[in-house]
Write a protein that binds this ligand. Sequence first.
Ligand code: FAD
Length: 456
Amino acid sequence: MQQKIPTVIISGAGLGGLTLYHALIKNKDKKEFNVKIFEQEASPQDRWQGYHIGINNYGARSLINCIPSSIALNLPKAMPNAVPDLEYHGFTLADHTGSLLLRPPTKQVKDIYEVANTSVGFSVAITYRDRLREVLLENVPVQWGKKCIGYEETEDGIWVLFEDGSKEFCDILVGADGVNSPVRKQKIPELKIFDYGITMIITDVAAPKNLLDRYIKLNGIGTFQESVGLNGEITFIIFRHIPIKQENYENKDELYYRMTIAFGYPTKSDDDNNIIVDDDDPASVVEHVKYMIRKLRPECEMTDILLELWDLVPKTTPDPKKYPFKTYNPVRRRKMQDIDPLSVNVWTSNRVTLLGDAAHATSPVLGIGANNAIQDADVLSQALLNYSPENYISCIKEYEDEMLKRNSADVLKSRSIALRQTTPVGYIGSILRNTLMRIINIFINFFDFNLLVRKN
Ligand SMILES: Cc1cc2nc3c(=O)[nH]c(=O)nc-3n(C[C@H](O)[C@H](O)[C@H](O)COP(=O)(O)OP(=O)(O)OC[C@H]3O[C@@H](n4cnc5c(N)ncnc54)[C@H](O)[C@@H]3O)c2cc1C
């Protein structure tokens, strides 16, 4: 008797969920699934999906494994090849003045295939996250406006429950529904989000060439840069050296570049000073960020540039005709958080599993969250090749055993670095810290030491 084709439901059409969808369809010849994918947002344009992310060697390998060639052909739209001599897709850590502290060994790479072949420290393809999602959405029949609110287990499978009152039956449910995953909250209610006590504000801006040039003159051409300060505050700047379309900009003679800017500081500073900010009003948030920059950073060119970059954030909901992209929806204070998936004693493998941020949201300092979500999709799709009605639990267990160990280690590594970087050190402390970082920098570059991210 012919066996029925099992159904896999993916809740969440983010980077991880979409990659899994492609991998399961790509492997159809080896193992066929009826794959359905549901997303809470009303449409692909519902929410700004932006900012730049770095796709590293193992993320690139998994992405290439999972997607069909038709999608791979479109990847340059999301991650254009590096501009020769102008773009250096490495990570740099600087002090509050922009002076270099650490630059892990990086092999200059042209495209995603070269990234996939590197084993060196921090070789990444700086990618437009929103466009990567657009590319991954192609030919995927996402069912939009379907917010999962939980599930019911029966002997034969799972009923997935949606906010609109509907439900769908499946053999396997994958919660790829991000950091606030309702699937995780039901499967492992004990698994709690860890709060760093750090407030982050992240957005994308269109920076004019003269400002980008000033920034590069100070910080070098690295496109993924972090700077640590004296008072526990950090900044991230990630950009591509490729002009963006800017038809309706004020100054038509100027070139504009899309830059992701992030500022983080100890949340205690807000609490101690009884600061009131309206997070629903971009102007109020931007004023607050500028106030914190002035308060926590000494006067210098780097501080001036940061203030000018934050001034570029639209103070009202942007007119899409005027701006080439919306700001991160909307600019607001957010908590830096993570989830260590092994912080609970019991993780029972059953028909419901998790992938990406839903299982192991990670602080952004190492830029690995999306890479790990994509790698999860790869590992899960491989494990499901052995699926049968009798052994589905062992497939899920095989995936979860690997996924939990790999990601717990990464979450904790990222947490330890983030907490160290956001500990206020003061002026004297910063001299000691910076000297130590510079010594480490010499050491890791001399020995070509892969210090920050895994090779595989
Ligand atoms: C500033 C910043 C920089 C970063 N840089 C990097 C980087 O350089 N490299 C890197 O690898 N990672 C980076 N990350 C992290 C990365 O963006 C995330 O880890 C990644 O998007 C996780 O993918 P995901 O599919 O697990 O979750 P998401 O991308 O969050 O997708 C989850 C999806 O589920 C949907 N959803 C949520 N709830 C429901 C529900 N109830 N029902 C149905 N659908 C639901 C959401 O709408 C969303 O579409 C960065 C993050 C930030 C904030």
